[in-house]
Design a binder for this molecule. Structure first.
Ligand code: DGP
Length: 221
């Protein structure tokens, strides 16, 4: 049985990183082999360019940084797919949905933003951590990085809603991330436990265009 591919998405300061670590630990202790990925992965050569941009140490055109974020996912796509095929569950802190939502929030056309990520391994489930930008700010404030501004986060949240509306409830669930850590962890575990061991054998492709020119999501090739 192949591993499940679970993506956790959300605004900055929605608690993703804590919950993803918690989910990893729970899966491990239930005997499920699991590997955690985090995008952007700042350890690769491409990731270092992204890191420098996010910390405002370098400037890049919006289009150029968008393609670097996408390339950062593509450089790990084969590893993700191999792990899934070998039976390892992959949990991913952010993925292509952040890619589209953050760049489109800056004003790039949504379909242009989607194109470079189409064909990536499709998550079996995306868990979206929903929190209002005001509540996120109240958690200790946004940091110093480039996108950590309330107005931009508000637009990002709207764009995540657009992306969510393209999936059914089996592929995308929204969790109220404004609650306690324990409540959020309980809900995340409920979704993860229901999925692991029950995924279809083939890993789908994300956002692959169908022949009619209509965008089909997670269509099998
Ligand atoms: P994080 O390391 O999770 O705090 O993410 C760093 C910041 O980069 C965060 O503000 C969200 C943003 N981000 C993450 N992925 C992408 C992406 O693919 N494209 C763009 N434009 N921004 C992204």
């Amino acid at each position: 049985m192949r591993g499940a591919f679970i993506v956790v998405e959300g605004l900055d300061r929605s608690g993703k990183t804590t919950q993803v670590a918690n989910l990893q630990a729970k899966l491990e202790s239930s005997g499920t082999p699991v590997k955690l990925f985090k995008f952007p992965d700042r350890t690769t050569a491409i990731g270092q360019m992204i890191d420098s941009y996010l910390r405002s140490q370098s400037e890049l055109d919006d289009q150029a940084i968008h393609l670097l974020f996408s390339a950062n996912r593509w450089e790990l796509a084969t590893s993700i797919e191999s792990l899934l095929e070998q039976g390892t569950t992959v949990v991913c802190d952010r993925y292509a949905f952040s890619g589209v939502a953050f760049s489109a929030a800056k004003g790039l056309p949504l379909e242009w933003c989607r194109a470079p990520d189409s064909g990536l391994p499709a998550p079996d489930l995306t868990i979206f951590f929903d929190i209002s930008p005001e509540a996120a700010r109240a958690r200790g404030g946004y940091g110093e990085e480039r996108y950590e501004k309330e107005q931009l986060q508000r637009r990002v949240r709207e764009l995540f809603d657009v992306l969510a509306s393209e999936f059914d409830d089996e592929r995308w669930v929204t969790v109220d991330a404004g609650r306690s850590k324990e409540e959020v962890a309980g809900e995340v575990w409920k979704y993860a436990a229901a999925l692991v061991g029950k995924v279809s054998p083939q890993v789908d492709k994300l956002w692959v265009p169908a022949l009619q020119g209509r965008i089909m999501y997670s269509m099998k090739l």
